[in-house]
Design a protein around this ligand. Structure first.
Ligand code: MG
Ligand code: MG
Length: 253
């Protein structure tokens, strides 16, 4: 059962989310050619600590995962969709980097991700993919309204993928968030209008469209990251959003 959040909880998660936004802004600025992924991770750790918060992903072991995650951010390159472990690899112009991070501030958890085009140079197809994925996130967010259903979110997200001719990655989904990094319910990136669980006031959801330029199929690598089977490039954007009486409230922007 999803845990509903009070106004006080939502403002706590928003404080956590504002820290996360500030951290992601700095990471995005630092994600330029020759920056090492491990440097971005260290920077994230130091910045999150400077706000007297904790990196929510560090040592976190999601249900079903073989090992705890060893870093403060997920840094996923090219065909890797999520859960990439930041290592000594240096970024190159044209890399499509997904940075995903979580913050725990006084027990309130936020989750957000962005795709960065390193050096701001990539193919027109890749630019389209990144644009589509970001647009889909906001289309999904518009559906986070009490009385709507989770299928409305999935429908909105997948409709944007269809419009751009890109694939919704199979087998990965958004989720509830707020008192823990991952909570019920799962929020699928595909769905049918008017189906699925009811969205209630006080639900806080991490919406996270993940799209690929090729086939939707993914596989898990031994390090716990997920990549496309066909090696096609992926993009990922994520915000933590509250369903309130006055509509969707983005808590990580
Ligand atoms: Mg995330
Ligand atoms: Mg998430």
């Amino acid at each position: 059962m999803p845990k509903l959040k009070s106004k006080k909880d939502i403002s706590g998660i928003e404080t956590s989310g504002k820290i996360l936004k500030a951290v992601l802004d700095e990471l995005e600025k630092a994600a330029i050619p020759s920056t090492k992924l491990a440097f971005l991770d260290r920077l994230a750790f130091d910045l999150i600590k400077s706000y007297e918060a904790k990196p929510a992903f560090l040592n976190y072991r999601p249900e079903g995962a073989k090992k705890a995650f060893p870093a403060s951010i997920c840094a996923s390159l090219g065909p890797v969709v999520v859960h990439g472990i930041p290592d000594g690899r240096a970024l190159e112009k044209g890399d499509i980097l997904k940075i995903d991070a979580g913050v725990n501030y006084k027990g309130y958890f936020s989750d957000s991700a962005r795709t960065v085009i390193v050096g701001n140079e990539c193919s027109a197809e890749e630019k389209k993919l990144v644009k589509a994925t970001e647009e889909a996130l906001y289309a999904g967010i518009e559906e986070v309204i009490p009385g709507n259903r989770l299928g409305d979110i999935g429908y909105a997200i997948s409709s944007v993928a269809d419009k751009y001719g890109v694939s919704v990655v199979d087998g990965l989904a958004g989720h509830g968030v707020g008192f823990a990094p991952h909570e019920d319910p799962l929020v699928f990136n595909v769905g049918r209008k008017g189906t699925g669980s009811l969205i209630e006031e006080g639900m806080v959801l991490a919406l996270e469209p993940m799209f690929s330029l090729g086939y939707p199929d993914i596989l898990e690598l031994p390090d716990g990251s997920f990549k496309t089977v066909d090696g096609s490039v992926t993009a990922h954007f994520e915000h933590t959003v509250a369903a309130t009486k006055s509509g969707p409230r983005i808590l990580t922007s």
